[in-house]
Design a protein around this ligand. Structure first.
Ligand code: SF4
Ligand code: SF4
Length: 320
């Protein structure tokens, strides 16, 4: 039996909703087949008030063991480092997190806010938000660069806005069943099994990408979303087109550009440059290119590819 305690900081509950929709395995599977015991969760926990406080205190003093501490949302430090803007069970959430992380077997950050600060940590960051072990690309975060959980692991990061439900449930299973050693973490503590390949891997618009055939409208069933709508699929590490959402589709399949939500810098919105749904260009070449591409070569390839473009690239294709 693995005890899981799930807490929520500066969050919109998006990752909770995502988790409750997990399909492979489902939340029920986690409990009935994989020995996970949900000690408490904001949407599932039965304890309130004094009872909840007692539960948390018993976790800290060791009467109840926490095998996995899951944190959703940013760590709120405002105002002035006190954390008073995010009080929970009688004290700042950050103080609970500080105490509970010291006794947890593993600590898992779910979603972009918990991993890297996410939307709340955007400038000017009035809530003084920070991720558990990172602030954007900078390592450290709330728990510090050297933090290791009781089982000797750094914070395991499952980014995304929200994280894909099956990324969450499968990683919880791996940790709970002692297969955590199989999880190789990258430099941003993301398990490689889900975050090594790019969102573009498996995208149904890859042929359009090669022929520089562009789509200019959301939802259009032809063309690639990179050239005009700012798709970040070639620059984003995620398995969204390999492990489909709701088992049937993905953003790019339905004509919505990838926003890069699994990368530490997310959200990429720049108030000075305008909307994220517009590819910024310099002399016709996108300002940001997929890794490894030289801008000059890219410009040449663009001309050749457009010339060689077959007529079917303008045709509607069926995506689900
Ligand atoms: S739509 Fe996005 S992910 Fe798909 S091929 Fe184009 S750039 Fe890549
Ligand atoms: S397609 Fe891109 S923005 Fe959408 S969930 Fe996947 S990584 Fe995030």
């Amino acid at each position: 039996m693995a005890n899981v305690l799930w807490l929520q900081g500066g969050a919109c509950s998006g990752n909770t909703i995502s988790f409750l929709n997990a399909e492979e395995p489902t939340l029920v599977d986690l409990i009935t087949d994989f020995g996970i015991n949900i000690l408490w969760h904001p949407s599932l926990g039965m304890q309130l008030g004094d009872e909840l406080q007692e539960l948390l205190i018993n976790c800290i003093n060791g009467k109840i063991s926490i095998d996995i501490l899951v944190f959703e949302g940013s760590v709120v430090n405002a105002p002035n480092g006190t954390g008073e803007w995010n009080r929970f069970a009688g004290r700042p959430m950050k103080d609970w997190l500080n105490d509970l992380s010291k006794v947890a077997g593993f600590v898992v950050a779910v979603g972009d806010c918990a991993t890297y600060g996410g939307v709340p940590a955007m400038e000017p960051n009035p809530s003084e938000s920070i991720g558990l072990q990172f602030l954007k690309r900078q390592k450290g975060g709330f728990l510090g660069d050297d933090f290791l959980s009781q089982k000797g692991f750094p914070v395991i990061n499952i980014p995304g806005c929200p994280a894909h439900p099956d990324w969450i449930s499968q990683i919880l299973v791996a940790v709970a069943t002692g297969r955590v050693g199989d999880l190789t973490l990258d430099e941003f503590h993301r398990p490689e099994t889900f975050f090594r390949s790019f969102t573009q891997t498996g995208c149904t618009r890859n042929m359009h990408f090669s022929y520089k055939s562009s789509t200019e409208e959301f939802g259009q069933r032809t063309g690639c979303l990179f050239y005009d709508l700012g798709c970040r699929g070639p620059m984003t590490h995620s398995s969204c087109n390999r492990i489909l959402w709701n088992r049937v589709s993905s953003k790019t399949r339905v004509g919505m550009p990838c926003l890069g939500c699994t990368e530490p810098e997310f959200p990429f919105h720049d108030l000075k440059k305008g909307t994220v749904f517009k590819t910024q260009t310099v002399m016709g070449v996108p300002r940001e290119l997929p890794p490894g591409i030289n801008a000059k070569d890219y410009a040449v390839v663009t001309v050749v590819s457009k010339d060689a473009r077959p007529s079917w690239t303008d045709e509607d294709f069926f995506t689900v």
